[in-house]
Design a protein around this ligand. Structure first.
Ligand code: NAG
Ligand code: NAG
Ligand code: NAG
Ligand code: NAG
Ligand code: NAG
Ligand code: NAG
Ligand code: NAG
Ligand code: NAG
Ligand code: NAG
Ligand code: NAG
Ligand code: NAG
Length: 706
């Protein structure tokens, strides 16, 4: 107990500054000691003596003058206890005048500039100002700090170029990513900062080539250059860096072949060269890269065949060669690729059958072979792909849908299945005995499929996205579609469905409550999946789970009413009904062009303030087009093709000059009556519905598509 007290006193004393000489050498009487300690402590606070080095304190205070926001957790200006300020770390080796060795102010909302005086913290080992709103130029002096090991300025708004003369003899980690820096990467950093392990220039506006002296950074393990405008080929000296573990060069303008010398990087784990202009063949040198786990060269211009050493790499877990011009057969040695979990060979020129032995890649979780000329049926061995969760075979020559589905249903973990623009002219299996219990997304659009909505889909209780659009499916839309608990996207457009729109669709929980738990665990969010729709260009679902909540029933032969209860679908963001044979009043919908709507446009619509688009063209509407409120903003095209409409604007025929014949008027009267009484009942729901729909007009979803 006593010991502890003394230790406490000593530590108080230690914090006591030099001028209080009285504190020194008096250790005879404990009482005096305690007394003095108290005096000393009082003295300390009164005289504002320093517990951190005076120069360091000055540097910190001028730092906070330069950033023009207060730094939370820092004492007021006279306060000198800077070692206890938030984010300030002092060394604890010396008894007095502790030196600041760390400044960690990441994500504190700091604004303003940083001034050179920060470099006066000459004992600083760590400087982290990441994720603030700091702007201005990078002070040169910061890049000549003799003790600095970690410099993180990422995620700010710094401008100007990276300093040419850098001398950071101790630096290990340097991160200036995600700023607005410009100019070239030419710098002495690699000549004079030999201990650097991680260099991050990503997400800026650097241009020019990677300087050859990068080869002088002999300790380099991680090099991040992604998201700039860098060009040229990779310098050969890069391949001398034997400690390199991670290379991220994606999203630049690099070109030239992939150097064979890459095989020298025997420690490399991750290589990403996606979205560049690399060309030539992939060198067959991957045998040397025994630690390589991630290799992505998506969207380049690589050609030739798959290198055997790549397709038998025992360490590889992710391989992304999407969108190149690779050709030949897909040959893969899964016996040796024991770790492969994601294989993306989409959008290339591969042909021939699907490789039978792909099925021995037991851990394969994601497989994208879309947009290739692969052909034939799915081999039955695919049923062994028990880990498969995502499969895309869109836009291929693959056939035998029935066989395919019977095999794939054995892949119990399959949750995303995209088969658009393949299996052309086949029959959708209506009554097969199939079960896909975990299926969350099923997309088979634009395949000229015949048949009806298959009954087995009913068992896919987890279905969230169903897209059968652009086929030749017919029959009624079954009412059990409304029973799906999670369905938020239903695409049935451009088929030949007939009959009523089932009222149950207005009960789709996934369209009522749009809050989704996405993406589902383990689902890859960056695999572009071809939906197969769109005029000439593809719609890609690369943000699959972010699609707007949609009901697309357009371009069918549906008739009957549109239920006012559709107003319940508060989460719905896009509703397409155009080009059907719908009847009923127009109250409950907005883009109802090309239907058979009759009656008048309710004048109550004039009071609605949220309609940003409105289209009732090519119906059988009559009467006066409202001429107030938002109706003043709708173009003539919204009303054209309705023989009975009249009005004083939009070059419509004047209402006085065209009195309907008595006979006609009688006939309309009854229609009108029903229309208006229904309107009275439905208006609450309808307004909710319309605001939902108009939201999607506003955000461009409806206008963008089809
Ligand atoms: C001094 O700091 C180091 C870490 O920076 C810590 O491990 C050590 O325990 C500290 N020593 C004392 C006496 O507080
Ligand atoms: C800097 O701080 C942020 C948190 O604010 C942290 O995420 C980041 O890892 C730090 N940088 C370094 C190099 O440690
Ligand atoms: C750095 O690399 C260049 C070649 O790019 C070389 O000429 C120079 O000697 C190297 N500098 C040092 C200090 O090693
Ligand atoms: C390959 O790496 C070794 C060190 O691992 C190095 O000595 C050699 O120069 C490198 N070769 C080339 C061509 O870069
Ligand atoms: C495919 O790669 C080319 C460049 O080779 C690029 O222009 C295009 O945008 C890429 N397409 C997709 C869908 O990523
Ligand atoms: C894979 O199967 C094909 C026949 O489908 C065969 O020609 C090839 O040698 C097999 N490859 C491996 C690596 O087993
Ligand atoms: C596939 O890899 C296994 C294991 O590495 C090897 O024994 C076999 O010969 C390879 N097959 C082919 C066709 O290369
Ligand atoms: C299938 O998914 C479940 C749940 O995500 C997982 O626990 C299981 O390991 C998966 N099966 C395989 C063969 O990967
Ligand atoms: C309907 O689908 C066919 C292909 O099945 C396509 O050619 C046509 O353009 C589509 N029509 C509309 C209006 O989307
Ligand atoms: C919507 O769903 C979320 C979670 O899926 C739930 O927390 C929330 O209560 C639901 N809201 C309504 C109105 O049902
Ligand atoms: C309404 O849909 C039709 C197709 O059904 C389309 O031609 C028209 O442009 C759409 N109107 C508006 C305002 O988006």
């Amino acid at each position: 107990m006593l010991r502890r007290q003394i230790i406490h006193i000593i530590s108080t004393l230690v914090a006591c500054p030099l001028p209080s000489v009285a504190c020194y050498g008096i250790q005879t009487s404990r009482l005096t000691f305690i007394f003095l300690a108290i005096v000393c402590k009082a003295h300390t606070t009164k005289s504002q003596s320093l517990s951190c080095n005076y120069n360091d304190l000055t540097a910190l205070n001028s730092f906070r003058k330069c950033v023009d926001s207060p730094v939370d957790g820092w004492g007021a200006i006279p306060d000198s206890e800077c070692c206890s300020w938030a984010g300030v770390k002092c060394d604890n080796s010396t008894a007095t005048l502790r030196r600041v060795i760390g400044l960690d102010l990441g994500g504190r909302g700091l604004t303003g500039e940083i001034c050179e005086s920060l470099a006066d913290l000459d004992q600083l080992i760590t400087l982290n100002l990441s994720h603030n709103y700091l702007h201005g130029l990078l002070p040169d002096k910061l890049f000549r700090m003799q003790n600095l090991e970690v410099l993180d300025l990422s995620g700010n708004e710094f401008v100007g170029s990276f300093p040419l003369h850098v001398h950071l003899p101790c630096i290990r980690i340097l991160d200036v990513s995600d700023n607005n820096l410009v100019g070239s990467l030419a710098s002495t950093i690699c000549d004079r900062s030999r201990s650097i392990e991680s260099l991050n220039f990503a997400e800026n506006r650097f241009h020019g080539e990677v300087p050859g002296n990068i080869g002088n950074c002999t300790s380099l393990e991680r090099l991040f250059l992604s998201g700039n405008s860098l060009s040229g080929s990779l310098p050969e000296r890069l391949f001398q860096l034997k400690h390199l573990r991670e290379l991220q060069f994606q999203d630049n303008g690099f070109s030239g072949p992939l150097h064979e010398r890459i095989d020298n990087l025997s420690n490399v784990v991750k290589i990403d060269l996606s979205n560049n202009l690399f060309s030539g063949v992939l060198p067959d040198v991957f045998r040397g890269l025994q630690k390589l786990e991630y290799f992505a060269v998506r969207s380049n211009k690589f050609s030739g065949q798959l290198p055997a050493s790549l397709m038998s790499s025992p360490s590889l877990s992710t391989l992304d060669l999407n969108n190149n011009t690779l050709a030949g057969r897909i040959s893969i040695n899964c016996s040796s690729m024991a770790h492969l979990t994601s294989l993306n060979l989409g959008s290339n020129l591969f042909l021939g059958p699907l490789p039978e032995n792909l099925s021995s890649c037991h851990r394969l979780n994601v497989l994208n072979l879309a947009n290739n000329q692969v052909s034939g049926a799915i081999p039955s061995s695919f049923q062994n792909l028990q880990a498969l969760t995502l499969l895309s075979l869109s836009r291929t020559e693959i056939s035998e849908l029935s066989t395919a589905l019977h095999i794939l249903q054995r892949c119990r973990n399959l949750s995303v299945l995209v088969l658009s623009m393949s299996f052309r002219d086949e029959e959708m299996l209506g009554h097969a005995d199939l079960l896909f219990p975990y299926l969350k997304a099923f997309v088979i659009a634009n395949s000229q499929l015949e048949g009806s909505i298959p009954v087995w889909l009913r068992g896919c209780e987890n279905l969230q996205l169903l897209d059968l659009s652009w086929n030749r499916l017919s029959g009624r839309i079954p009412s059990w579609i409304g029973d799906f608990g999670f369905l938020f996207y239903l695409g049935l457009g451009n088929n030949s469905f007939s009959g009523d729109i089932p009222r149950s669709l207005s009960e789709l929980q996934g369209c009522i409550n749009s809050s989704r738990s996405f993406p589902p665990a383990g689902s890859p969010s960056d695999v572009p999946l071809l939906s197969g729709k769109g005029d000439g260009r593809f719609l890609t679902y690369n943000q699959f789970w972010n699609l707007p909540s949609t009901l697309d029933l357009s371009y069918n032969k549906l008739n009957g009413p549109i239920w006012p209860s559709f107003g319940n679908l508060k989460g719905l963001q896009a509703f397409y009904l155009g080009n059907n044979e719908l009847s009923g009043n127009i109250l409950d919908k907005l883009n109802l062009s090309h239907n058979r709507l009759m009656g008048e446009i309710p004048t109550a619509f004039q009071k609605l303030t949220f309609l940003s688009a409105f289209d009732v063209s090519y119906n059988k509407l009559s009467g006066e087009v409202p001429s107030e409120g938002q109706f003043l903003t709708f173009p003539a095209s919204s009303f054209e093709g309705n023989i009975g409409l009249c009005g004083s604007r939009l070059s419509l025929p004047s209402c006085q000059s065209q009195p309907p014949s008595d006979e006609h008027r009688k006939e309309e009267a009854s229609t009108k009556e029903t229309a208006f009484s229904r309107m009275a009942l439905g208006i609450g729901a309808a307004i909710g519905f319309i605001s939902t729909v108009s939201l999607c007009f506003l955000s461009g979803w409806v206008l963008d598509e089809v």
